[in-house]
Design a protein around this ligand. Structure first.
Ligand SMILES: *Cc1c(COP(=O)(O)O)cnc(C)c1O
Length: 230
């Protein structure tokens, strides 16, 4: 089942790249393994998956201990400042930075470990009340502040689009975030390191790729439905 799912996702990523005239190598697949047991991640690892996305600090800590060390862990969920210290030395990328305060805490913790930490700014493009993330017009000012930091490295932008039956409804959101991403790249406020646009989930990743995503975060499409009751 996992193998077939991964194959199907891979084929859809390839077709979306083709439709958009993009090379497959421009898009990184993040396998979103939240709520899934370590054994399931191990199975995916054996099928070649190396990039896993988790949304809880505790889950990253537990899985990090028992799974192979060449896994790239991505923190994709809301991050509380008091928990940064537990993962700053374990994650390859934090997708969900949405305030100066959080960026400052990551900077401080990264300095303690004497390592650089790659981050994305999370943008609530649709301005949904229920969601975390910066408003579009808050992104550039924060991006500029972050360039003053020496350990936190701004690598790009991320958004969680609304859940919609028809993914076409999210196309404008993805296009808007892509525009903002290009703006930031062109401003060169980042010394040329902004190269990640994380958008698209199971329901809408093909549209996201057509609109320029360089990273898609897929959970259900790979691992099946999540069971939150256990
Ligand atoms: C859960 C989650 C995903 C994956 O969602 P699916 O619809 O299962 O693919 C992607 N991004 C974030 C931030 C998530 O929390």
């Amino acid at each position: 089942m996992l193998k077939e799912n991964l194959q199907e996702v891979e084929e859809k990523i390839q077709s979306a790249c083709q439709r958009a005239g993009r090379d497959r190598s421009e898009v990184t697949l993040v396998a979103v393994s939240k709520t899934k047991p370590a054994a399931t991640l191990q199975e995916a690892y054996e099928l070649g998956v190396r990039v896993f996305g988790e949304n809880k600090v505790q889950e990253i800590r537990e899985k990090y201990e028992v799974l192979p060390k060449d896994i790239e862990w991505h923190m994709i969920g809301h991050l509380q400042t008091n928990k940064v210290k537990y993962i700053v030395d374990k994650v390859r990328l934090i997708h969900s930075v949405d305030s100066l305060r959080l960026a400052e805490v990551i900077e401080k913790e990264a300095e303690k470990h004497n390592r650089g930490v790659d981050i994305l700014l999370e943008v609530n493009v649709a301005e949904e009340e229920s969601k975390f993330g910066l408003k579009t017009d808050e992104v550039l000012p924060l991006a500029e502040r972050i360039t003053e930091f020496s350990h936190v490295r701004l690598r790009g932008l991320m958004t969680i689009a609304p859940f919609v039956e028809n993914p076409e409804k999210n196309r404008a959101i993805f296009a808007n975030l892509h525009k903002l991403y290009v703006d930031i790249k062109e401003k060169n406020i980042d010394n040329g390191t902004v190269s990640i646009l994380s958008m698209g989930m199971t329901n809408d990743y093909e549209v996201a790729i057509e609109e320029g995503a360089t990273m898609v975060r897929i959970g259900t499409g790979i691992f099946g439905a999540r069971d939150y009751s256990i």
